[in-house]
Design a protein around this ligand. Sequence first.
Ligand code: SF4
Length: 242
Amino acid sequence: MDPDRMDEMARDPRFIPGIYNYCDQWCQRCALTSRCMNYAMALEEDAGGCESQDVENEAFWDKLHETFDATIGGLEEAAEAMDLDIDEEDFDESLDEQEEIRETVHAQPFSRTAMRYIDVAEQWLRSHEDLASAGPADMRDCLEVIRWYQHQIWVKLSRAADGAIRAGIDDMEGFREDADGSAKVAILGIERSLAAWATLLNQFPDHEDAIFAMGTLRRLLRQVEAAFPNARAFRRPGFDPE
Ligand code: SF4
């Protein structure tokens, strides 16, 4: 998108600043699309049609190629701002630290449970594929909800864990708050998924094996609430009014 147009949109009072930072990215089901600049930008880009998209894509790659040198310069500046020298040994140390954080994130009990949930849900969904095509509309809605959050819960929790660990290392309140925001999005995804599973089970009691997915989610919810006790109080711009 043209940068001037982007600036103009950023000043438009209709849009809530940062609303897209703590949403579930499910624009199709979002009740605040009219207040979201990301959504409006995507609409404008779609309205351009295929030809305009082709022209934009070509310009994008040309520009990327032209600015290769500037990009490298920018990388060095960014590294300097973070007190890193990418050509020195301490850069390797920073990479190692990054790797350690990643491993710690994955070792958290809630990360493991969220990963487990992905598998448990996947097994159930695969063995009931017929429901997605032949089931009634409200059942398909439930399956859609389950699918939407199935991986997102783990992604949001990984971001939350990463932020919490960095907050501990660098003692930065911003990281902690961001971690609570990501954890809150995960909690909402867990609760919506639980509601969708419960609806499925009510309508089709013979699919009682859904209980394994529900039990895993309920355990996950307890773990997340224990690890992020302030997450529910976090106010997401636009979604959680003062
Ligand atoms: S706030 Fe709503 S419209 Fe905007 S990106 Fe998030 S889900 Fe999509």
